[in-house]
Design a binder for this molecule. Structure first.
Ligand code: VGL
Ligand code: ZN
Length: 180
């Protein structure tokens, strides 16, 4: 059984100084970097919006495709990433889940690679991490979220999202359990 690390939207606009900053978003970079060598496959999603997206009726302008804000955090060892999945790419969709990527089909790709278990990290816990984790369990993958490797926007919403994900069968693990 193969495992993969999936890094959700660790992009400049979600880090302090960015257009839709997640508090402490950059603090997960060393955690994610430290996990990369423990997985045979390292995957990442990018929020990748067109400027005219309906998404910006609900959110400040962020992660516009091909802009600096949509680039990975400069501290991320992005050269270790095997494949990048672009989501939220259409004017009419939000694309919160990595399974909504349009440049590659994530589910198909994981099946091709024989991946049955995912370890999720990234931003933001109650939006794109949540949506990706719930999609993954519903598609039959075993899903673990690395607690130190995620950050959210609002602590009440994060708590609710964690309860919901636990109910749906998402497993929560500590970075320390994976470090040995
Ligand atoms: C996200 C809000 C808007 C996320 C993306 O990556 O969690 N959140 N777009
Ligand atoms: Zn977005």
């Amino acid at each position: 059984m193969s495992k993969a690390l999936l890094i959700i939207d660790l992009q400049n606009d979600f880090c302090p100084g960015g257009k839709l900053a997640v508090p402490g978003g950059d603090e997960i970079v060393p955690v994610v970097n430290g996990l990369m060598d423990k997985f045979p496959l390292v995957l990442a999603s990018k929020d990748w919006h067109p400027e005219d997206s309906v998404h910006f009726e609900s959110w400040p302008l962020h992660c516009v495709r091909d802009t600096e804000g949509a680039a990975f955090h400069p501290g991320l060892r992005s050269e270790e990433i095997d494949k990048i999945f672009l989501k939220g790419t259409e004017s009419k969709d939000d694309g919160y889940s990595a399974f909504e990527a349009t440049n590659h089909d994530l589910e198909e790709y994981l099946k091709e690679k024989g991946v049955e278990e995912l370890y999720l990290t990234g931003l933001a816990t109650e939006y794109c991490v949540r949506a990706s984790a719930l999609d993954a369990v519903r598609k039959g993958f075993k899903v673990n979220i690395v607690l130190e490797g995620v950050r959210g926007i609002d602590s009440t919403d994060v708590e609710k999202a964690i309860e919901e994900m636990e109910r749906e069968g998402v497993n929560f693990v500590s970075y320390l359990d994976l470090a040995e």
